[in-house]
Design a protein around this ligand. Structure first.
Ligand code: GLU
Length: 305
């Protein structure tokens, strides 16, 4: 039987020399306060066991990893109709780029760049009477933590510095691809990004991606297996900003990163990994997080190819 715990402990040792590398995200003032040098990792197996190592009690905000849950809730409600409003192709540009959106008539390339997530939030907003409450309920159910909440300081800080995200939303509205009040949808989007949890909770929450759509914590079928296959394929091509190709090459798993330094990675049929370390590389991915996943993929022989 695989000794996950000792492999995770070795991973923590492996990344020690690079924990001061990279920079914390400073375009959101509340995130700039994160300290370099922190690292945590967890594995949630398909059979429901949780293993973790490093700063396991540290809490961080999900940031762009939330885009996976936003897409999940939107797919539950819209199915394939959602793809009329957002594409399925890698963007090859930064996560907050405006130029491509202008050239492509307000249809974002994919749901994992900011414009794509914001338009997906707009779609959800049209179907939910209390979007933040519904989102939190999903996280609470899937982590088993009824107290899980939003870091209000981060949400407020993001809202106060929303200019680029607001520009994207208004641009999409000018092309007719936005139905609700921009400011209200942005507030939901920032609250989704500012949901705060531990690394084990993050792994539990996204266990449905490696388990045919069933969350190992809640035992709920979150999405049908067919949609999970599609979602993991999109994560593989577009989940790591414009470094998805490099991540695919080095790690060989579908994944999603966020500017807090969180990353999830999926080995279908085996486990979901969550990792967190706030030092980011130039495109916005956690330096130690990626190194840890590369190490794990080697140790466990888990690249999916
Ligand atoms: N809340 C962040 C933003 O909208 C998320 C970005 C990210 O994690 O990539 O800028």
């Amino acid at each position: 039987m695989t000794d996950y715990q000792s492999i995770l402990e070795r991973t923590v040792q492996h990344v020690q020399p690079i924990l001061q590398h990279g920079k914390v995200a400073d375009y959101i003032p509340a995130l700039a306060e994160q300290q370099l040098g922190q690292f945590a990792i967890a594995i949630q197996t398909q059979t429901g066991e949780t293993y973790s190592a490093g700063a396991c009690d540290a809490k961080f905000t999900v940031q762009s990893v939330s885009k996976v849950m936003t897409l999940t809730l939107a797919l539950q409600r819209y199915g394939d109709d959602l793809w009329q409003r957002v594409g399925k192709e890698p963007s090859g540009t930064a996560f907050n780029s405006l130029t491509q959106l202008e050239f492509e008539n307000g249809i974002p390339r994919n749901p994992f760049i900011n414009a794509g997530a914001i338009v997906t939030c707009d779609a959800l907003y049209s179907r939910l009477s209390a979007p933040i409450h519904t989102m939190l309920e999903s996280y609470r159910l899937q982590t088993g933590n009824p107290k899980l909440g939003v870091n209000k300081v981060v949400a407020q800080s993001e809202y106060e510095h929303r200019y680029r995200n607001a520009a994207m939303a208004y641009l999409m509205k000018s092309f007719g691809n936005f139905n609700n009040e921009v400011e209200e949808v942005l507030w939901s989007y920032f609250n989704f990004c500012a949901i705060e949890l531990t690394v084990s909770e993050l792994a539990k929450c996204f266990s449905y991606l490696s388990n045919g759509g069933v969350c190992t914590q809640s035992q709920q079928q979150v999405l049908p297996a067919k949609q999970i296959k599609q979602l993991n394929s999109l994560l593989f091509t577009s989940g790591l900003y414009d470094a998805a190709g490099d991540f695919g090459y080095r790690v060989g798993m579908p994944g999603k990163s966020g500017v807090s330094g969180a990353i999830i990675a999926v080995v279908p049929g085996r486990f979901t990994i969550a990792v967190w370390s706030p030092g980011l590389d130039k495109v916005g991915n956690s330096v130690a997080g990626i190194a840890a996943l590369e190490f794990l993929a080697e140790e466990l022989g888990t690249a999916i190819f």
